[in-house]
Design a protein around this ligand. Structure first.
Ligand code: PMP
Ligand code: GLN
Length: 378
């Protein structure tokens, strides 16, 4: 028996979270909030269960939820997606990403990824027999070089995957980036996968440049989103995918045999909760306050801060503290200083060592105070 993914190891998120638990460390590694979910949302879920929504949902998802999503996208990004044929509710963004890749990538197809890249893209490409072509975003700006993208494209290039706001750097793509992407995708007939799970977590009055805003781009893009990030419910594994009908049709062919449909009562609850736009429009200031609180508290530390424009992550450069690799440094911090973070080299092309660790600031003030006291002592 030969492994289909010989180079894949246990995800860094599992590794660091279990190391944090083992050593009793403050866990700023895996990205998840440690504050409670809105009580209203919890009661909407339990009501949905009590009301009997405990059997299969429609394959593409609850009709009302798809309508509310369509409405939200139209309001925010001025683009109408048909809730009947262009939206599917998924088990988190992870399943949406996997399904989109499976639906269109064949043996030998090349897929352009920007590294550091979130860890679930490449294995999905490889499982389909595709080849990931990686373009390294350079610290500290982490901005794409579109000439390099053009130079990487061959006759086999089928797709490019982008992620804005970007995990782990917190950098966002500008309007000009998206316009250049649109031109390239048109010129070379590429499908785009735009991972926008942090669309509502964006700071300093910057604007999220969803692929939905761009007319031609939106005609060739799968957009993936996550309720886990938006409503502090990563454990529910609920998300969705939006794509033009011709792509969504192929997506659903895979979806219906991969999972068929996802959790019904949660969809009922999310449909009602998402109708109140305040439930997501409050996120930028909520998380900006957390980011700024965190940054203020580590002002005196030896870490160099790489500015985060979105997501609930912050990169910290430790080159003035240690010559260790980021993996050694993060391990030592977990075991000796009792703080767990994510080494970022694991997301990079050729695993380059960037001397940067990622921290998650989606934490209570109490946790952030504990964490920043430790970081200041390093
Ligand atoms: N994409 C990115 C960039 C992420 O950070 C995450 C989760 N942290 C996901 C996708 C997966 O989202 P979900 O938990 O909804 O599967
Ligand atoms: N997306 C989360 C992060 O970046 C982790 C999700 C997971 O554990 N797979 O930390």
């Amino acid at each position: 028996f030969k492994s289909k993914l010989p180079r894949v190891e246990q995800s860094i998120f599992s590794v660091m979270s279990s190391m944090a638990n083992k050593h009793g460390a403050v866990n700023l590694s895996q990205g998840f909030p440690n504050f409670p979910v809105d009580k209203q949302l919890i009661s909407l879920v339990s009501n949905a269960m009590k009301q009997g929504n405990n059997q299969y949902a429609p394959m593409a998802g609850d009709a009302r939820l798809r309508e509310v999503i369509s409405h939200k996208i139209e309001k925010l990004y001025s683009r109408k997606f048909n809730p009947e044929s262009e939206i599917t509710i998924t088990a988190g963004a992870t399943q949406a990403i996997f399904t989109a890749i499976s639906a269109v990538i064949r043996e030998g197809d090349e897929v352009i990824l920007f590294t550091p890249a979130y860890d679930c893209y490449e294995p999905a490409v490889q499982l389909m027999g595709g080849v990931a072509k990686k373009i390294q975003l350079k610290a500290p700006e982490y901005k794409p070089n579109w000439d390099e993208v053009k130079a990487t494209i061959t006759s086999k290039t089928k797709m490019t995957i982008i992620n804005t706001p970007h995990n782990p750097s917190g950098v966002i793509f500008s309007e000009s980036d998206m316009l250049q992407l649109q031109t390239i995708a048109e010129d070379y007939n590429l499908i785009v996968l735009s991972d926008e799970v942090y669309e509502h977590i964006i700071f300093d009055d910057l604007k999220h440049q969803s692929a939905a805003r761009f007319s031609l781009l939106s005609q060739r893009t799968f957009i993936t989103a996550s309720f886990g990030k938006t409503f502090h419910t990563t454990g529910w594994k609920m998300g969705y995918c939006v794509a033009p009908e011709k792509l969504m049709k192929e997506f659903q062919k895979v979806h219906q045999y991969n999972v068929f449909c996802v959790n019904h009562p949660f969809q009922k609850a999310l449909a009602i909760y998402l109708e109140n736009e305040n439930n997501y429009l409050r996120l930028p200031s909520f998380y900006q306050n957390k980011r700024d609180f965190f940054l203020k508290k580590i002002e005196g530390s030896k870490f160099k801060v790489i500015p985060s424009q979105g997501t609930y992550f912050q990169l910290l450069d430790f080159s003035e503290i240690s010559k260790e690799s980021d993996i050694q440094f993060a391990e030592r911090l977990t075991k000796e200083n009792k703080i767990a973070t994510i080494p970022t080299s694991v997301f990079n092309k050729n695993k380059e060592d960037f001397k940067q660790i990622r921290v998650c600031f989606a934490k209570t003030e109490e946790t952030l105070l504990k964490a920043t006291a430790i970081l200041n002592s390093i």
